[in-house]
Write a protein that binds this ligand. Sequence first.
Ligand code: MRU
Length: 358
Amino acid sequence: MKVSGKSYRTIWLAEDGWSVEIIDQTRLPHELAVMRLLDLGSTCHAIREMHVRGAPLIGATAAYGMCLAVRSDPSDGAIEHAAAALLATRPTAVNLRWAMDEMRAALSSRPTSERVTAAYARAAAIADEDVATCHAIGQHGRRLIEEAWTRAGKSRPVRVLTHCNAGWLATVDWGTALAPVYAAFDAGIPVEVWVDETRPRNQGMLTAWELGQHGVSHTVVADNAGGHLMQRGQVDLVIVGTDRTTARGDVCNKIGTYLKALAAQAAQIPFYVALPGSSIDWGIEDGFMIPIEERAADEVLAIRGRARGDLVTVALAAEGTRAANPAFDVTPAPLVTAFVTERGVTAPAGLRALYGRL
Ligand code: MRU
């Protein structure tokens, strides 16, 4: 996608041909900064501290982290150590495990002398596949937005509500939940996006930034506003991403997603989940089996933003206040109208068939 007219992905190989560059998302939306990953340690740090984030991008970054690890030691032991370190960074997004399985499969049968080349080739393919997958999600999801536009008599923009950031910043390019929005916008369908701020990390500000860069009309709302907007008929459809969806279609996504799904059901508004196959955990049926990341209390008790040109953190609570910070929640499959995947659109009951997993 473009930033000030220049094309970017969220992750790429640096000019030296081996180190890895990422857009540092902890500095957005205030400044576009590039960060360089030089080894396994800096990659784990970048994922854990959310310099990169979003399930598909976490997977792609971990794949490159494996390249950096193999570059310094291509042994079986080093590969296992790197996989364990990367898997420990963030527990919920299943794309991370998927990427480690892919990298292990690409490396294990090769002699150590071939592993560095093979690792970089597989990581680059994972990144490219993510771009193609997200583009396909966009094309399938565009039709849903077009249908909503037709239902509205093509007389006004389609009003989409989204939570967190499942745009191009959360993937290598295009995004999952926002890919259909971009595809609709590019096809001339007028779209207006309600952007949940998504406390405590405020990923909504990333969503607002990237929508703004693409020229898509949007309005940020406090997380608590969604129910009100849906109840008053100001939302045509909700679309979100997912960090892990189970085989029966339970959806784990950013904390607060579940409340939006409940409100959408009460207001009889379609609730769509956009995802690549790599976000599906075929080994789990029940969403309550998914590990939910508990992040630092500081993220709730303080807020980060720009003041007089500098990025600063400001305390919100009295000293000694306790806070809980579950980062994700589970929306049960019956609340999901349909999944938008790279293979097409399906109700939860059709997910297995769509991926040939009957
Ligand atoms: O904690 P984050 O910012 O990594 O959480 C991101 C989300 O919850 C996204 O909705 C999800 O990863 C899907 S991204 C295409």
